[in-house]
Design a protein around this ligand. Structure first.
Ligand SMILES: C[S@@+](CC[C@H](N)C(=O)[O-])C[C@H]1O[C@@H](n2cnc3c(N)ncnc32)[C@H](O)[C@@H]1O
Length: 314
């Protein structure tokens, strides 16, 4: 079998936006970037070996973004969608660089394992470490909890800044064994983090089949029995109320979640949002205000924003 590769000559400013769009909206099997700054940094780091940038084959002007798809995927349609996305991002005032899109096919014999070389242990905090299934890790603190993970085709390796912001938020708000709903669970990473941090019961929802498979397998990998899965859009058809709602999804989708939150949040409940590009923050603030919520905590990594939210009257 072969893979379709879509390569975009672009700018590092839109790396995260293209990664999330490729995986969430276009179901890419994987994404990869080559940045000029990485090569330049290599020249600095190994100061005994001066890296001659001119000698590097196919050196990106700024960044090359590669997305991998099944060979049956509609190439022309994907190219059109990427062109549209670049236009949209440009409209937000972002630098999209050259924007040239090329396509090719490669044999996929190594793909399933080749990407594993990019995922290593993330010693995330004093409380949590994310450990790929194929790696060994001994915690520095004896009570540091390990999240064992094989993300499969679902989003959520722990490497993404948006996942990390959501985990920071969870660590901040979980102060007793509370109930949690993880909306858009992907690999299940946040649901597992919540369970490991002491949640009494966790519900994880997602619209994608890949996510349901990955989250189920990852719960089992971590010997977790208090995570329930429900395939649905956001909190639609979800029964009951929770102490904590956590959601790492793009802002446009969070806007649909906000009106559903009151019905599913216990008294004094808390909400953690991540996945918000800073340019989209005003829209989120307005929707929260209109729905009776206020922001108590704002976290930022790069251009991504994470929020801690409560009801206005709490
Ligand atoms: C950015 S990923 C986050 C994955 C994981 N929670 C993490 O933090 O790494 C967003 C996830 O939301 C899911 N998603 C997108 N739209 C959704 C919707 N309307 N309802 C439920 N899940 C949705 C996607 O399938 C994807 O798994």
């Amino acid at each position: 079998m072969k893979l379709l590769v879509i390569k975009i000559a672009t700018s590092h400013e839109i790396e995260d936006a293209l990664s999330v769009y490729s995986q969430d909206n276009l179901n890419a099997l994987g994404v990869e970037t080559r940045k000029r700054s990485d090569f330049e940094q290599a020249g600095w780091l190994h100061d005994s070996t001066v890296v001659e940038l001119d000698d590097i084959k196919d050196l990106p002007e700024d960044m090359q973004f590669m997305a991998y798809f099944d060979e049956e995927a509609d190439k022309e349609d994907l190219v059109k969608k990427y062109q549209k996305k670049l236009e949209e991002l440009k409209g937000y005032g972002l630098n999209v660089g050259e924007g040239e899109i090329t396509t090719s096919y490669i044999a996929d014999q190594d793909w399933n394992t080749a990407w594993q070389k990019y995922y290593h242990v993330i010693d995330f905090s004093r409380h949590l470490a994310i450990v790929p299934e194929w790696e060994d890790y001994k915690p520095t603190f004896p009570d540091q909890k390990l999240i064992k993970l094989d993300p499969g085709l679902a989003f959520g390796t722990g490497n993404h800044k948006t996942t990390q912001l959501a985990m920071m938020g969870l660590e901040r708000v979980m102060i007793k064994p509370q109930t949690v709903v993880d909306v858009g669970t992907g690999s299940g990473i946040l649901a597992i983090a919540a369970s490991k941090l002491g949640a009494s019961q966790v519900l994880a929802t997602d619209i994608s089949d890949e996510s349901m498979t990955a989250a189920k397998e990852n719960s089992a990998l971590n010997d977790i029995t208090n995570i329930e899965l429900q395939k649905t859009s956001l909190l639609q058809d979800v029964k009951g109320k929770f102490d904590i709602i956590v959601a790492n999804i793009l802002a446009e989708i969070l806007l649909d979640l906000i009106p559903q939150m009151d019905e599913h949040l216990n008294e004094n409940g808390q909400v953690i949002f991540s996945g918000i590009d800073y340019l989209q923050l005003p829209k989120i603030e307005k929707a929260l205000d209109e729905n009776g919520f206020k922001i108590d905590l704002t976290m930022k990594q790069g251009r991504w924003i994470g929020l801690g939210i409560t009801r206005k009257d709490s």
